[in-house]
Design a protein around this ligand. Structure first.
Ligand code: ATP
Length: 367
């Protein structure tokens, strides 16, 4: 007998061929994103690249101009359809999606639990308020809360009905570092245990890496690369994506014999034609430095300009100076090294780079 073919589950949320303009500004310029049930996808990109617009289109807060939005395989916008936001059954946390001012915290949180037995509504309300650390503020009104507390109530309200799809726009932006770590831990746990699909917007790469199964890096209304956090961190498609995961060292150079000669050593550039102008990207954590015991080294050496302790790591600013044929050239580098490493300014150090943290991209590639 024929084996039954596994039934393909449609994405909980699928955006296909989305384009959107505000007047002459093409805010979203051809975007496809799908989020599977239980998956968290983060849109990551600089201010103004179109992240919020995508979320608003998915929610129905903005009328779709081109493309299609589908929930669980059912079209909700595009092709003549436009389901109202409240009929989409999607949990929303938006900056301008305010709490109901006339309802207390509990009232806000259980607002969407229509059809639930009364006892279950309160129990669920308490559960999600505990998750965001506000169980003791159930009776407060929105105007009595700080901005960060309001944001946490908005999160609790969005997650309370266990929606199939959750849309979060910078949901932790008003929270201080410690609270943010706790709340995002809880939110991730809730999303994963309820199997909700989540599309989230952030400009913070660390937050995206913490939350996301998949990250879509955006620039100018388009997705430039999509993949797991590890894919994007270990194999960025270009210097823009690489630079999104923390400040990087950028060195301009030219390929000669499958390598680029820099003041910090020769960097392999497999697959790029000789003579190509390139950008060499070196992450600060890929710059290794060692104090020089004697005054002379055959390896590239630099001079410490300043060193700062950041906590678990130290950030060291270095200058490398060219010798021989490269006399007169200089290069500034940032090195991030584990622990407390605070050499005095002027100290000479041996410098090498970790190939796994070094990337070579053709320069001036048109977008
Ligand atoms: P941020 O991180 O700053 O929120 P974003 O990536 O979310 O930015 P969007 O808010 O989607 O970006 O904006 C994309 C582009 O569309 C920007 O150039 C913005 O100025 C423009 N834009 C957004 N909303 C409107 C609007 N209501 N009217 C006109 N232009 C808009």
């Amino acid at each position: 007998p024929l084996a039954a073919s596994p039934r393909r589950v449609p994405p909980a949320l699928a955006l296909t061929g989305i384009r959107h303009a505000y007047g002459a500004v093409q805010a979203v310029d051809g975007v496809d994103v799908a989020v599977a049930p239980g998956e968290v996808v983060c849109l990551l990109g600089p201010s103004g690249c179109g992240k919020t617009t995508i979320l608003r289109l998915a929610a129905g807060l903005e009328d779709l101009q081109e493309g299609e939005v589908a929930l669980d395989g059912q079209r909700v916008a595009g092709g003549g359809t436009n389901l109202a936001p409240e009929k989409r059954g999607v949990g929303l946390v938006f900056q301008d999606y305010a709490l109901f001012p006339h309802l207390d915290v509990m009232g806000n949180v259980i607002f969407g639990l229509t059809g639930w037995p009364a006892g279950d509504r309160i129990a669920r309300g308490v559960e999600v308020l505990e998750m965001v650390g506000l169980a003791d503020m159930a009776d407060a009104f929105p105007h009595e809360l700080s901005g960060g507390q309001q944001q946490r109530v908005a999160l609790a309200r969005a997650l309370a009905p266990k929606p199939r799809v959750v849309l979060l726009d910078e949901p932790y932006s008003g929270l201080d570092a410690r609270l943010r770590d706790r709340v995002r831990d809880e939110v991730l746990h809730i999303l994963k245990s309820s199997g909700s699909a989540c599309l989230m917007v952030t400009h913070d790469s660390e937050e995206a890496m913490f939350m996301a199964d998949r990250i879509a890096v955006m620039r100018d209304g388009r997705i430039v690369q999509q993949g797991s956090p590890a894919d994007l961190y270990c194999a960025p498609a270009d210097a823009f994506v690489a630079a999104f995961f923390g400040e990087v060292n950028l060195i301009e150079g030219r390929v000669q014999g499958a390598a680029v000669d820099t003041l910090v050593g020769t960097v392999a550039s497999d697959g790029i034609a000789d003579g190509t102008e390139v950008s060499v990207v070196i992450r600060p954590e890929g710059v290794r430095i060692e104090a020089l015991s004697e005054g002379f080294s055959r390896d590239p050496c630099g001079e410490v300009e300043q060193a700062r302790l950041l906590g678990r790591t130290s950030l060291v600013h270095l200058t490398m100076r060219g010798e021989g044929a490269r006399l007169g050239e200089s290069l500034h580098l940032h090195a991030r090294v584990p622990g407390v490493f605070l050499p005095r300014p002027g100290t000479r150090v041996r410098v090498s780079v970790d190939p796994a943290q070094t990337f070579v991209f053709p320069a001036n590639v048109p977008k």
